[in-house]
Write a protein that binds this ligand. Structure first.
Ligand SMILES: Nc1ncnc2c1ncn2[C@@H]1O[C@H](COP(=O)(O)OP(=O)(O)OP(=O)(O)O)[C@@H](O)[C@H]1O
Length: 322
């Protein structure tokens, strides 16, 4: 049975003057999902979140949380959602404990109820050892945990996190994600923006927005099997070699090479099925690159986003020409 829909957008649009920051975006997120929302800088992610949280009025379309219209039933959704923005306002001069108590009171908690909720969140986020530390002195990862705890004080069932792992180290990132999985296992619905593809791969559902428009939305594994991502008569290789950028420049215009994308020390090539590894090796050898490792791969989510964005742009170009 499909999960109950917790977040829904229908033709959600935001214009700032003549500029359209979010253009007819529609998607649904089920209860307990971890929905990863990706897109380049300025593509409209935060604007979507701010509309979903009732902080910004849509110009057109609508957004619903648990069936309530966020623009018209703001009071109903307030208690249901938590929002951790990119710059969540922790009070640097206050300790972890004082920040929790401050936010708890702000949400109307008092006495026993406040103490109980604080203890639950301390246990959930494992922040106990830092309770008396001033927020200013916390590392990035612990700061984000405190911000998460503060945004959960009123027991929301939907949590919006705008780049919660930006600027924190890989270990802290992984630990924060473990925490998000714990939240989701308790039935919480999470809506997370990120620029990290490895984080996207861990989400139950992902959406990709490019230039204000939603390019694709779905379950990562299903998206990787889309025919438009795996055109008939093609295969995908991971090619690892030295001077990968120069190598890519040399390969991208070779007949049979349809697409090239650099991934750190390697590149992903989408090539014609009949292309041989030897042709690639010969091309690279001509550049003096002889240590080359080639192996077949399936598409990553980044490949999916690259392919679908390119298809959309091609479509627009063709439409423009017609
Ligand atoms: N209040 C505003 N007034 C005018 N333009 C705005 C406003 N808020 C956002 N924008 C513009 O809308 C576009 C989308 O911004 P948004 O912050 O939603 O992008 P984003 O995808 O979250 O980017 P990032 O990944 O950098 O956080 C940007 O071009 C931004 O400059």
């Amino acid at each position: 049975m499909a999960a109950e829909t917790m977040i829904e957008c229908e033709g959600l649009t935001k214009k700032f003057g003549s500029f359209t920051a979010v253009d007819h975006v529609s998607f649904k997120v089920g209860k307990g999902s971890i929905f990863g929302f990706l897109g380049p800088n300025g593509s409209g992610k935060s604007t979507v979140i701010r509309m979903l949280c009732g902080l910004l009025e849509p110009t057109e379309g609508r957004a619903l949380i648990a069936g309530f219209d966020v623009a018209r039933e703001t009071d109903k959704i307030k208690s249901m959602i938590g929002y951790m923005s990119q710059k969540f306002s922790l009070y640097d001069e206050l300790t972890v404990h004082e920040n929790l108590m401050f936010y708890g009171r702000l949400y109307g908690l008092r006495g026993e109820a406040l103490a109980r909720r604080r203890d639950e969140l301390v246990a959930l986020t494992h922040i106990e050892p830092y309770m008396n530390r001033r927020a200013a002195l916390l590392s990035g990862g612990w700061r984000q945990r405190l911000a998460m705890a503060c945004s959960l004080l009123h027991q929301p069932t939907v949590l919006f996190l705008d780049e919660p792992t930006a600027g924190i180290d890989p270990v802290a990132r992984r630990e924060l994600w473990d925490l998000l999985f714990e939240f989701s296992s308790r039935g919480m619905t999470l809506f997370v923006t990120t620029h990290y593809m490895d984080e996207a791969e861990r989400c139950t559902h992902v959406g990709y927005i490019h230039m204000s428009k939603l390019v694709v939305c779905g379950v990562p594994d299903e998206l990787k099997h889309l025919p438009s991502v795996n055109p008939p008569g093609t295969k995908r290789w991971d090619v690892t070699c030295e001077h990968v950028t120069a190598a890519m420049q040399a390969l991208r215009h070779m007949p049979g090479v349809r697409n090239t994308t650099v991934f750190g020390q390697s590149m992903h090539l989408l090539v014609d099925e009949q292309m041989s590894e030897e042709t690639v090796r010969a091309q690279l050898a001509a550049l003096g690159i002889t240590k080359v490792d080639i192996h077949p791969i399936g598409p990553s989510l980044e490949d999916v986003f690259v392919a679908l964005t390119a298809n959309r742009n091609d479509g627009q170009t063709k439409e423009g020409k017609a």
